[in-house]
Ligand binder design. Sequence first.
Ligand code: G1P
Length: 294
Amino acid sequence: MKIKKAIIPIAGKGTRFLPATKEIAKEIIPIINVPMIHYIVQEAVEAGIEQIIFVTSSGKFSVEDYFDRNLELEAYLERNNKIKELELVRKIGSMVEITAVRQKEQLGLGHAVLMAKNMVEGEPFAVLLGDDIVINPKPAIQQLMEVSVQNDGANVIGVMEVPKAETAKYGIVKGEVINERTLRMTGMVEKPKPEDAPTNLATPGRYILTPEIFGILEKIPRGAGNEYQLTDAINILCQKKNVFAYKFEGERFDTGNIHGYLDATIDFALKDPAIKEKFIESLKYRMNKYGITL
Ligand code: G1P
């Protein structure tokens, strides 16, 4: 079955980006001039997703507005003959169908996904978390969709290798190795300490899930951090159903923290021909100014 819907939870408060997130949704903070959420939605759209379901909280209207038409701005750009800008703005406004559902209390990722149950209507769906941007010619979520199709519509969790010392930041999977990139999962644990982690295969928040997950999410107790964890529901799901972990191809930027955000900004600037040269000049000048040599 073709996967048409993607859930993107965006209810988090973004405290690592305070004070900006006092007034701006974290997802709207741009890498150069493109909001972080644009990359996540773009990944889903390029993979063929037709409907995005944002799970939101108060203060997130700007994310919905960003993907809507802005007729006043369009008219202004048209009047001033700014055709390129007009096309850009129109394209974003018609990128994909957007719907939103509220998560009234922030009780964890499992709880956030459960809020979208009625909008998913019994179909398999994708989940993409916004803190990680993954860049690859074939979108990471599309790679997982393909593994799902090859395995009769199974659940697939996107994973990557992380240093063992970092397992406590992620959901960590375990399973039987099927091939170089694929495991049949036998379990998943949320944020284990390095000494307790079964592997170093972590999910940066890319999932293909079947609707059975909702019945499990409705019953699980609170887990790590006293929150309802999606990881705990997947751990139960893989005891009953085929769940695969797939090491996707792509470069991942952890934009949920300041260093990952800066790393992405520098990378995106260096690969943009319109920015690159002056940016390198600035880097050289600033490094020299602060007495930094490489
Ligand atoms: C969430 C998930 C975790 C996943 C991570 C990826 O944690 O619970 O399993 O590995 O996202 O970013 P959070 O970072 O929201 O605490």
